[in-house]
Design a binder for this molecule. Sequence first.
Ligand SMILES: Nc1nc2c(c(=O)[nH]1)N[C@H]1C(S)=C(S)[C@@H](COP(=O)(O)O)O[C@H]1N2
Ligand SMILES: [Mo]
Length: 222
Amino acid sequence: MTDDNDEPTGPVKDKLIRTKEQWARDGRGLTGTTADPTKARLPPGQRLTKDFPVLDLGVQPNLNPNDWTLSVAGQVKHPLKWDWKTFNAQPQVTLTNDIHCVTTWSRYENTWVGVPMRALLAAVKPFDTAKFVMLRSYDGYSTNLPLSDIDRDDVLIAHTWQGQPLAREHGGPVRLVVPHLYFWKSAKWLRHITFMEKDQPGYWEARGYHMRGDPWKEERYD
Ligand SMILES: Nc1nc2c(c(=O)[nH]1)N[C@H]1C(S)=C(S)[C@@H](COP(=O)(O)O)O[C@H]1N2
Ligand SMILES: [Mo]
């Protein structure tokens, strides 16, 4: 898997992708304000939903957990590859958080179970030169993040949502959850993590979306 080879693995929702690119050009959803997460629960420009919308490129890999692996490479001392059994043998954490999608829906009180990202970081030991990560998924999706945004207690690699195995359409068997950033950073069907010295755009970041994506600062678009 090379850095230049991030192509969706099947026919995508062209219309949705073009619409979201247009939203980035139009600055859709921007209110021009910031909010303090210690004072407000809903970030600026967001509205609350009770259901759990499905958002992806239209390719939903059908993965047997026994065929799933997560590999880690790049600027780390100990590259690794976890299969399902090894992944489940890692420390587990249960976390409840709110999620905020750049398309303006937010959903409160999502309870996830999975492996804390800090357990993975402890296993791979990133070099001091590692400052960013690229996540890659089984549908060909990718998204980039500063390392400091995954080196946090509230970030996990989740296999369970609301007490049930994570459904295929929500990224099962395994997705990332980065609750303090817009939800496009939370890669579904997680496959690979590359630690990098320099930042690089992922799928949406190359199409006008923000390199970091803090909902409290409305970092929707670049
Ligand atoms: N692999 C993968 N992960 C992805 C996406 C995708 O298309 N492929 N879409 C992102 C976007 S834009 C959002 S809003 C959330 C949606 O997650 P959900 O479908 O569980 O609500 O997943 C993110 N993670
Ligand atoms: Mo999204």
